[in-house]
Write a protein that binds this ligand. Structure first.
Ligand code: PLP
Ligand code: ZN
Length: 415
């Protein structure tokens, strides 16, 4: 059995049963999973985790899932790469990349979806639905296929074509809307009221879904030998991932799984594209309200103009001594290129946002060379190759003779 015993309102503390609920009836605050921490303390040890599978379900005692055979495509336990070549370009010291390009459908969304669909199946749902900027659609479609569930996916019509094809291939029902993600999300909220028999992973299943992101913190700590980093840089769309990484580090401290650090001691900084930066804008203005924007950016996976957890992301940055910054589309492409040529990791635009923001924060002295830093790279570059069109030079064709080849190499500067 899971240690999740209740849902609790993040605003007023009202308690609810573990069911397909997501808003507080009293104050409309978001609901979050609550665990029996004392029971967890007795059971969860570094050794019990190490005995688990080599994927994110090694932390199932810290997740809201009962099922011993979860809906899983084996997401998680992605590499934590020591990035010395990137660090030296940025003037940093101990730098790591959490390489979540390596998940089954190529993004960190596989973590949240496997928790959401495991819970959905436990609760008896047969249909998994979502609004998506692309990666969530891919992941819901794949996990639903593996679980024998039907997937219904709502996306903005102008998505990268790869993300449409890699959703359709799993047999999902795709609805492309003449609108942006925020329109799709609003529509799903309306639909969720009518279709109580559908599991909307980021609406009525959101309390469970979002818990999957904690594994991004658990893995980093375990991969660092059960130590915490000093500073992490996380991309923000809805802000859920950033708040849950912070929560994940906090749980490890509460459970005594990491030594000698206070909760909140990990500085958590956020990264957004300039073309959709409502949280970064609020941070820079010192504001308490996140004003919605209309997105226009190549980082489509981060294009949420009205982020559900924007306010909580602000609070995480402020309370941990982190910052939230944004970068331009050109800087995003530079970020993709910089990571690829220094570390051999090809990230999608969201990864470009993280790396470009990391560079900006390193130059400003906010991310420091005496810190142990982790940058979360959350999606695979093969999904957003469009973003590189026109930015990389492709080679001219030459005759297949030694002479022509030496000439071509000389033009490339190869001795
Ligand atoms: C969805 C997504 C994010 C951001 O997730 P939130 O939890 O909504 O902030 C980051 N990176 C990639 C690649 C994504 O698909
Ligand atoms: Zn409430």
């Amino acid at each position: 059995m899971s240690f999740a015993d209740q849902l609790v309102c993040k605003e007023c503390g009202a308690l609810y049963p573990v069911a397909a609920l997501h808003v507080c009836e009293r104050c409309f605050g978001p609901l979050e999973v609550h665990y029996d921490r004392d029971a967890q303390r007795g059971e969860v040890t570094r050794e019990s985790i190490a005995r688990g599978p080599a994927d994110m379900f090694r932390y199932s005692a810290l997740l809201p899932v009962d099922d011993r055979a979860p809906v899983s495509l084996r997401a998680g336990m992605t590499p934590l790469v020591r990035a010395d070549r990137l660090a030296s370009e940025l003037g940093l010291g101990e730098l790591y990349i959490k390489d979540d390009t390596r998940n089954p459908t190529g993004s960190f969304k596989d973590r949240v979806v496997s928790v959401a669909l495991t819970k959905a199946r436990e609760l008896g749902f047969k249909v998994a639905a979502c609004a998506s900027t692309g990666n969530l659609a891919n992941s819901v479609a794949a996990h639903a296929a593996a679980a024998g569930m039907q997937a219904v996916v709502f996306v903005p019509h102008d998505l990268e074509s790869v993300k449409l094809l890699t959703t359709a291939v799993f047999g999902a029902s795709l609805v492309a809307l003449d609108g942006n993600y925020d329109d799709a999300n609003r529509l799903c909220a309306e639909l969720a009221n009518e279709r109580e028999d559908w599991a909307f992973v980021n609406v009525n299943l959101r309390p469970y879904y979002s818990e999957g992101s904690k594994t991004l913190a658990f893995e980093v700590a375990e991969q660092l030998g059960w130590e915490l980093p000093d500073h992490v840089v996380v991309p923000i769309a809805s802000g859920s991932q950033m708040t849950k990484i912070h929560k994940g580090f906090g749980e490890l401290v509460e459970l005594g799984l990491v030594a000698g650090r206070e909760t909140g001691a990990v500085r958590v900084s956020g990264a957004q594209p300039d073309g959709c930066s409502p949280v970064a804008t609020a941070f820079r203005a010192g504001a308490d309200v996140v004003q919605p924007v209309k997105p226009s950016t190549i980082a489509k996976s981060l294009a949420i103009g009205n982020p559900a957890d924007g306010w909580y992301a602000l609070e995480v940055a402020r309370s941990t001594g982190g910052v939230i910054e944004s970068v331009s589309d050109d800087e995003i492409v530079d970020g993709i290129h910089l990571l690829a040529r220094t570390e051999g990791i090809f990230a999608e635009t969201a990864g470009g946002v993280t790396i470009a923001t990391l560079r900006k924060l390193a130059r400003a002295g906010v991310v420091r060379s005496d810190e142990r830093v982790v940058a979360y790279v959350t999606g695979n570059g093969l999904k957003t190759v469009e973003a590189l069109a026109g930015h990389l030079r492709l080679p001219p064709t030459v005759a297949p003779s030694l002479e022509a080849v030496y000439e071509a190499l000389a033009r490339e500067g190869v001795e």
